[in-house]
Design a binder for this molecule. Structure first.
Ligand SMILES: [Zn+2]
Length: 401
């Protein structure tokens, strides 16, 4: 959902996992603060001052934000135990999303980490619920209302995320159960995604009905429903891509021969001799030993004025993201899950000494996918169990509060 979430801003790390917020999240913080301060708190606390109500609304949203991070961390920590790295947790328009590199290899693993997030949310809801009951009668009404809201909101998040609407957690549980029973991950994904789409459309319908009856909350349901419809479709395509490319090595798909730029030459020389000379959009750049240092894309050169180019070497302009370097024997399906590859659209393929032997671009991958579609079978099809699922698999948590 990179296209939906847009660029996120890193705000820190927990347990080594970067936490990011999408600019949309700020919109949600404002919207929730407003709706809690304007409607909810004045309703549950008689004669509350507007400033207090908005203050409570803001604190509530921040606490909810912390609950969602904990929910995502629940997924992340269990996934990590099964060898799946979480690259980032993003908070965006509708809740949280864990960006995972790789996916479950066994249905029982997926079942465990799909349930880990809701288990955390259940604990949080129970803790706030218990606290609300245990508060002495002398507790200020504001504190009581704040605690009760967290119990309620986390309870709603729990119920909502357990709907069997793939790719929400409940949908992942459904998929893992279908996968376990039938032994076919792809078919289980298709079925779960189909159920997810139906749920999505039902939510959109309910949202429209609610809007027509004059409730702005309908917009929210509609947005979540729409998100589920889009995400379920993306996951189904992801499963197909995974099936086609799993077990296929980067070396089999890359474009060769490759032309490398020495990192020590000037940018002007690179433009003249390489970009104009070969008319490629990107080149791997190498050190004196011939090993890859990074990628030089045309966009980076174009962003500079003639004056800025002068005096600079290729080495200063390189994209040195290690995610752009792949071994020739690397699985293409795994490459597709790398955020760096999605960002740049290509990666350099190197031999075991680190010397570039080819370039692999998204275009190469798309061509191979189209070829596999008309052939009715993937070049790497039939790898059987052990195949993962969609590239850039995501665990979204939708806020329903
Ligand atoms: Zn979740």
């Amino acid at each position: 959902m990179g296209c939906v979430t847009g660029k996120s801003i890193r705000i820190g790390r927990i347990a080594g996992i970067p936490i990011g917020i999408s600019p949309w999240w700020l919109v949600i913080v404002a919207l929730f603060t407003w709706s809690l301060g304007d409607y909810y708190y004045p309703e549950v606390i008689a004669n509350i001052a507007p400033a207090t109500a908005y203050g409570l609304g803001f604190v509530s949203v921040l606490l909810l934000f912390a609950s969602i991070v904990l929910h995502e961390l629940g997924h992340a920590i269990v996934a990590r135990r099964h060898g799946i790295e979480i690259e980032e947790i993003d908070l965006w328009l509708l809740g949280g999303v864990s960006k995972m590199s790789g996916d479950a290899h066994e249905p029982s693993d997926e079942l465990r980490y799909a349930l880990a997030g809701p288990a955390v949310t259940a604990l949080i809801a129970a803790a706030f619920g218990g606290m609300a009951l245990a508060l002495p009668a002398s507790t200020p009404a504001t504190v009581k209302a704040l605690v009760e809201y967290q119990a309620l909101a986390n309870g709603l998040i729990l119920v909502f995320n357990l709907l069997p609407a793939f790719p929400l957690d409940g949908g992942r549980v459904l998929r893992s159960l279908l996968w376990k029973r039938g032994g076919d991950m792809r078919r289980a994904t298709d079925t779960a995604a189909g159920v997810g789409r139906v749920f999505g459309y039902v939510l959109v319908g309910l949202g429209v009905l609610e809007l027509l009856s004059g409730s702005p909350g309908g917009l929210w349901l509609g947005a979540i429903g729409f998100f589920i419809v889009v995400a379920a479709g993306a996951q189904a395509v992801g499963a197909e891509v995974q099936e086609v490319f799993s077990g296929l090595a980067a070396g089999e798909l890359m474009s060769t021969p490759v032309v490398s730029i020495p990192a020590s030459i000037s940018v002007e020389e690179a433009v003249r001799e390489f970009f104009v000379g070969y008319r490629y959009n990107a080149f791997p750049a190498t050190g004196l030993d011939g090993r890859l240092l990074g990628l030089l894309e045309i966009g980076r050169v174009r962003a500079l004025t003639a004056a800025q180019r002068s005096g600079r070497t290729v080495g200063e302009l390189l994209d040195r993201d290690p995610g752009l370097r792949i071994g020739a024997d690397q699985d293409v399906a795994l490459l597709l899950e790398r955020p760096a590859f999605a960002r740049v659209g290509r990666a350099a393929v190197v031999d075991d000494r680190g010397v570039p032997v080819g370039l692999l671009s998204i275009t190469d991958v798309q061509r191979a996918l189209q070829a596999a579609r008309i052939a009715g079978t993937g070049p790497g099809a039939g790898t059987g169990p052990g195949a993962g699922t969609g590239p850039g698999a995501k665990h979204p948590t939708a806020v329903a509060g």
